[in-house]
Ligand binder design. Sequence first.
Ligand code: BJW
Length: 241
Amino acid sequence: MAALQARVAQAARVCVLTGAGMSAESGIPTFRDAQSGLWARFDPMQLASEEGFRADPRLVWDWYAQRREGVRRAQPHAGHVALADFARRRPGVLTVITQNVDDLHQRAGLLGTIRLHGDILQDQWLSPSRHAPACDLAQAVPGRPPRCALCGNLVRPGVVWFGESLPHGAWQAAEQAAQACAVMLVVGTSGVVWPAAGLAAAARRSGAHVVIINPAATEIDGDAHEHLAGPAAELLPKLLM
Ligand code: BJW
């Protein structure tokens, strides 16, 4: 740990990629945990896809509504705070890239987080092109899901579903940060979802020292130089002292 602390302290650029495990200790379930994960009870491909939403909009809307409540109730933990403190102490050094759709990094005080998979607290139209400029999200008719009074278009959560492209600017910024960093910390992600899972290998190819922080094995362990086996809320404050 001491050698890694020194490496992080001296790095000109540090990049942190976070996944659902980063929010687990704030009480937000991970996706693929066998016991408590959201997708132990539901089929992820069914729920987190446009196809699934069109097949059963009420089921998917209710699932997201329940998760939005969980996000609003959750509070950032010591790991989120450690990242925000590090960014304040060392301006311009840290880039956080998150796959999480919650706002816990932001609420811990971290500015400029790159959000690859959107924002669960935002709404958007299911078919935006049919719509503008006549219809207004704020005027959507309440329902499960809400819909446009003029054309019937449905409201959906502002997240990136399977088969959808990541926000172009966010992805470009993430790739650049991965390629420019001296140290990458990969925190709380199983590494099964692409293209985010490829960022660790991209960082390593560009010369970064890659460290996984996760109590369990991941699909991308082979891309890392080190694996710190433990929870984010405990290890990040130690590492970023
Ligand atoms: C702890 C802890 C603690 C627990 N501390 N750790 C290349 C190869 C194969 C497939 C593809 C490919 N490229 C693209 C694909 C298809 C697809 C994909 O990846 N499929 C795979 C499943 C095979 N990807 C896409 O479709 C992406 N789009 C895309 O590529 O666009 C281009 C394209 C377009 C059209 C056709 C083809 C390509 C989009 C991916 C969008 C992912 N969206 C979701 C849902 C968001 C909305 C929502 O929240 O509902 O994002 S899926 C879900 O997985 C969510 C997460 O961000 C993402 C990653 O999950 P994460 O964070 O890793 O969570 P878990 O649960 O898996 O892991 C938690 C980890 O935490 C575990 O390891 C625990 O051990 C650990 N942990 N407690 C630290 N305290």
